[in-house]
Design a protein around this ligand. Structure first.
Ligand SMILES: [Zn+2]
Length: 193
């Protein structure tokens, strides 16, 4: 049996809006990703999703909602708490008014594997994708559809102790020990293109 193409399901388990002092910084980076073309807009959303870990040594995180424009991220209803992900069963549990980004399980898998990572910023940038090899950015070995277990597997296979990598024919992942570290790393690579 092949798991390629299996999509995760979301279970909403509460409606409380997230609250955390770092949300202001997340909003700042959402807006900047939009402005710099790191997460281009589409009708009703943005190609990109940003998150940060809630507490040290736990895998809960706050992430941008599915189908929300990153430039409209000024209210907290555009963010969702993901307290738990069941990778085996393919379920993302979430608290908030909207569904979490369809790429939430990639974020979860990274937090789970890398205790040093406090923020995961994912964007789609043609320039970075085009120049990845030239800039020495590691690229996952094979393209996989977004929102699938297969994509999570490919990311974990390449992750090692990297802070920046490219998902083949898809987009980049910038990781950081803080939100600013993750954001600045993406800006650095954009400048080098
Ligand atoms: Zn993506």
């Amino acid at each position: 049996m092949s798991y390629v193409g299996v999509k995760f399901k979301t279970k909403m388990i509460g409606k409380d809006l997230p609250s955390d002092p770092r949300l202001d910084r997340l909003k700042y980076w959402c807006n900047l990703f939009h402005e710099k073309g790191l997460a281009p807009p589409y009708e009703g959303g943005s190609y990109g999703n940003l998150s940060f870990r809630l507490k040290n040594n736990e895998d809960d995180f706050i992430i941008t909602a599915s189908q929300s424009g990153l430039n409209e991220s000024n209210t907290n209803d555009r963010f969702v708490v993901v307290p738990r992900v069941d990778l085996g069963a393919g379920i993302v549990y979430a608290i908030g008014l909207r569904k979490p980004s369809s790429e939430a399980m990639v974020h979860y898998a990274i937090y789970n594997m890398r205790p040093d990572v406090q923020a995961v910023f994912h964007g789609h940038c043609d320039k970075i994708s085009r120049d990845a090899e030239k800039l020495g950015i590691p690229v996952t070995s094979k393209e996989e559809p977004y929102g699938t277990i297969a994509l999570v597997d490919k990311v974990l296979e390449s992750l090692d102790n990297l802070y920046f990598l490219e998902m083949r024919n898809h987009g980049f992942l910038a990781l950081g020990k803080s939100l600013d570290d993750a954001g600045n790393l993406a800006l650095e690579f954009l400048k080098k293109c």
